[in-house]
Design a protein around this ligand. Structure first.
Ligand SMILES: *[C@@H]1O[C@H](CO)[C@@H](O)[C@H](O)[C@H]1NC(C)=O
Length: 180
């Protein structure tokens, strides 16, 4: 048999539950933002303005980046458009390791540090494999700073220009990331 006290507490419990459910369903959910961006990275191992250098490999620093085991360090210009004289928006700093036995695949790990434009002062951390003979290869975007804090995503890399004899290439990176 219920007492008046039980009734009051049941009513209180009912109102409390309804309130919680109302708040849970109407409170704006924290949705991640999505950002898409396209930029170009210019890899130049030769010439006056080279920004990439092999530092180790089977034949020491003279190792070719197209041979298995070679390690190269890059500080490549990042531009808005596909040509080298297009506005500079940052640098791609990091390294490539030729990590495929037949020499046709690189492991890449670098930061894209934005120095001008919308993302100035922010960076993206890129990591993945670059099987450079493929038209499109997908890589991971593992983290970031500034505007890109808590970022997670992927990107698609395409070779925009390649001069294999002089080890020069321009890469188009199309990045899709989620962040808060
Ligand atoms: C970038 O990649 C997305 C798929 O992730 C695609 O829908 C979009 O068209 C690409 N943009 C450019 C400019 O290539």
């Amino acid at each position: 048999m219920s007492t008046p006290l039980d009734l009051t507490s049941n009513l209180f419990f009912f109102i409390f539950t309804v309130t919680i459910l109302y708040v849970a369903y109407t409170f704006p959910k924290l949705q991640p933002n999505q950002t898409n961006l396209v930029f170009y990275v210019h890899d130049r191992f030769t010439g006056d303005h080279s920004t990439a250098a092999t530092v180790a490999g089977k034949s020491g620093t003279a190792s070719n980046i197209l041979h298995f085991g070679t390690v190269a360090i890059v500080d490549d210009p990042v531009t808005e458009g596909p040509t080298i004289d297009s506005p500079l928006i940052g640098r791609a700093q990091g390294m490539y390791v030729n990590s495929q036995l037949d020499g046709k695949g690189l492991y890449m790990v670098f930061s894209v540090i934005f120095t001008s434009g919308k993302f100035k002062g922010s960076s993206l951390e890129i990591q993945g494999s670059d099987i450079f003979a493929m038209k499109e290869r997908e890589f991971g975007v593992v983290s970031g700073t500034g505007y890109f804090r808590f970022v997670k995503g992927y990107g698609i890399m395409e070779t925009e220009f390649m001069d294999i004899a002089n080890l020069k290439a321009t890469l188009k990176l199309n990045v899709s990331v989620k962040h808060y």
